[in-house]
Design a protein around this ligand. Structure first.
Ligand code: MG
Length: 228
């Protein structure tokens, strides 16, 4: 039996409370530049829900001189040399919701007193699963969705710059735009997950904050390619 013979519904599932890694590859590269240790809330054929707790040590991209990417002018933001930095997730935690195979995930934001603030639709490649977590690639474009159902495109300038810098070709950019329109249609229709009541979800108080493993950038066995 090969990987190809395993239907999505037969993939191993993670029990609620399992700690895994939620990661993103650097665009156009093989290596991981974002890694967030998270706790599985739900994992089934319909939805993967993950909780990122406040204070979790995460890996984030920085410029080689330590500045954050948004501090670099847009024109050179994606071409200036980069590094990664470990830092605690500041502010309240976030809940991430992703449907298997869907090219975006939806993040829920609360304030310090658990007042719900907004949803954030992050366009990205559908998650690939490996034994220690899930990997994706960010697609720059995002949508902010507020509780009054108003919405707004975000980071269209970064999306345009990324295309200019060759991080996405025209076909991929078209696919991302189309995915954005699909995501927006689900916002306007107020379908799942916006209408599912996740704003009232709370993490299990028994959960501990997951540690960042030393080998956070390892390649999972599902993605390992034979060496040449
Ligand atoms: Mg994004």
């Amino acid at each position: 039996m090969t990987d190809r013979d395993i239907a999505p519904h037969e993939e191993p599932r993670w029990a609620p409370g399992t700690q895994i890694l939620w990661r993103y590859r650097e665009n156009g590269q093989d290596h991981i530049h974002i890694c967030r240790p998270v706790t599985v809330v739900r994992d089934d054929a319909e939805l993967l829900a993950l909780w990122l707790a406040s204070g979790t040590t995460c890996v984030r991209p920085v410029l080689a001189d330590g500045r954050l990417p948004y501090e670099e002018p847009l024109a050179t933001r994606y071409t200036a040399p980069r590094a990664v930095r470990l830092s605690p997730w500041s502010g309240p935690g976030i809940l991430m919701l992703a449907r298997p195979g869907q090219p975006w995930s939806v993040w829920l934001w609360w304030d310090e007193s658990w007042r719900f603030k907004s949803w954030y639709v992050n366009l990205e490649s559908p998650h690939s699963r490996w034994e220690g977590g899930i990997d994706s690639e960010d697609h720059f474009l995002d949508i902010d969705v507020r509780p009054d159902r108003s919405w707004e495109w975000r980071d269209e300038d970064e999306f345009a710059q990324a295309q200019q810098d060759g991080l996405m070709d025209a076909d991929q950019a078209r696919a991302v735009s189309a995915a954005g329109r699909d995501a927006l249609a689900s916002v306007v229709a107020w379908g799942s997950p916006f209408s599912d009541g996740w704003e009232n979800w709370r993490p299990d108080p028994a959960w501990t904050v997951p540690d960042l493993p030393a080998d956070w950038d390892r390649t999972g066995s599902a993605r390992r390619v034979p060496s040449a």
